[in-house]
Design a protein around this ligand. Structure first.
Ligand SMILES: [Zn+2]
Length: 199
């Protein structure tokens, strides 16, 4: 005898595909939905179906419902600066800062171990964009782990011949960190990335 009616079992199996969701959580989600009103269930189903309207921006490859995306079509943004990031989540984080330029979302980082090469990312598209628009500056804001570093170096080698100014985000200490407790690599990078105060 099956433990659950067929449709409930199907739902549980779908939830189990979600990151960090196991059998127990999948069962909880499903029984929660089972007790929800038809309106709530419809709203959820509709939200999921609406995901199909989300596409990639043809310029920066961010996810968007308009073409080009809101950032790329916003005349108030500084069009001379392109900040290159790995993922949409990095864009979200940078949007909470003062940054007012454009973005380019690579869709990941070069990782030979995971079988991700330059061709799997929007690198070729970035180079075309740089050649076409001749931005003032490219800010390479990939992560500071090994893969992010490799990707940053790779990009820098490609951008150099185009004679376009590019920079790497500074490595630093997190706010509130105690110098004595910071790991060596972080401290070395913080020293290298120091900022002159005077003159
Ligand atoms: Zn865009």
């Amino acid at each position: 005898m099956a433990l659950y009616p067929k449709h409930l079992e199907e739902l549980i199996n779908l939830f189990k595909k979600f990151p960090t969701v196991g059998q127990r959580s999948a069962e909880r989600f499903s029984s929660y939905l089972l007790k929800s009103s038809p309106e709530e269930i419809n709203a959820l189903a509709e939200a999921i179906l609406n995901l199909r309207k989300i596409k990639f921006c043809s310029i920066c490859y961010n996810i968007t419902e308009t073409q080009p995306c809101e950032i790329c079509s916003d005349g108030r943004r500084d069009r001379g600066t392109i900040c290159v990031v790995e993922e949409h989540s990095d864009f979200i984080a940078l949007e909470k800062t003062e940054y007012n330029g454009l973005y380019h979302i690579l869709g990941g980082r070069i990782s030979p171990l995971e079988g991700v090469g330059p061709d799997d990312l929007k690198i070729e598209e970035l180079m075309e964009r740089i050649k076409k628009n001749q931005p003032r500056e490219i800010i390479i804001a990939t992560n500071t782990d090994t893969e992010g570093e490799t990707t940053a170096l790779y990009l820098s080698e490609l951008i150099k011949p185009l004679n376009v100014s590019h920079s790497r985000i500074a490595y630093g200490l997190s706010a509130g960190s105690n110098i004595a407790n910071v790991d060596q690599l972080t401290l070395r990078r913080a020293m290298e990335g120091r900022k002159r105060l005077y003159p």
